[in-house]
Design a protein around this ligand. Sequence first.
Ligand SMILES: *Cc1c(COP(=O)(O)O)cnc(C)c1O
Length: 310
Amino acid sequence: MQDFFDNRISENIPNQFIKEFPGGIELFIKREDLLHPEVSGNKFRKLKYNLVAARDQKFDTLLTFGGAHSNHIAATAAAGKLFGFNTIGIIRGEELASVSKEKWSPTLKYAASCGMKFEFVSREEYRNKDSEEFLKKLKHRFKEFYLVPEGGTNKLAIKGCEEILTESDKKFDFICSSVGTGGTLAGLITSSETHQKVLGFSALNSDYLRNEISSLVGKNNWELILNYHFGGYAKVNVQLIEFMNNFSKKYNIILDPVYTGKLVFGIFDLIKNGFFPENTRIMVIHTGGLQGIDGMNQLLKKKHLPQINY
Ligand SMILES: *Cc1c(COP(=O)(O)O)cnc(C)c1O
């Protein structure tokens, strides 16, 4: 199984040059979104060593957590199908239990088509999902399983994300990535050079993430940027969608509305405002997440807002 991951990684992830900026500023996009069509981007990196551990420990079931549009749920379901694990998704929102399957989000429909079984829980239960008590309940109900935490973030996930940066990336001054739980950023920080600065663009309005990331890394060559979350995961505006559509038309790189669209929007804005010195070399990690576009487009249609083209 590890060979499968290593082979896909070594099949070369292109760095795409974005020719746009004056002052010698160079921007490259690391196309991690191309790692795998279904286990995409950072979720591929985060699952790698977890799946190897699950197989080594002879588990046949993976259990994990997420919302109805979660990239992590989609990736875990796909990986389960690929490697022959049963998958169980503990999904936030008990109201979904009484919704007919036709009305599920595209993400849940996709995960179900991969064989994932769902357990819908209330928001309160979901908040307490890391408690001993909840875990006991899960063990009683589902017996043996390998637990992958929400968003896939744990030690093994960070280890996987440490492999994103390669030898040739040492020439970059800044490494930029989107942040949800912070696991991906922690991996990038850990494997970065001390002369590099790692910028995390938070998809959530959460100051708390700073402490979370600090507790995961032993370095301080990083910064969390909280100006480009647009209000949170499911929140977008027309300006952002138009930016994403222009960007994909011009560079043939599709961005997702939850993470990478906001990330690249933020970087363009920072460049415009003189945040980066002249002749800076910036690397942006495209962490994937394109499976979320269908769900977002349904929402945008309801609100009579423009669609994300892809
Ligand atoms: C999950 C996800 C993230 C956030 O990763 P964390 O390790 O949780 O911070 C960023 N980008 C995309 C596309 C994702 O799917």
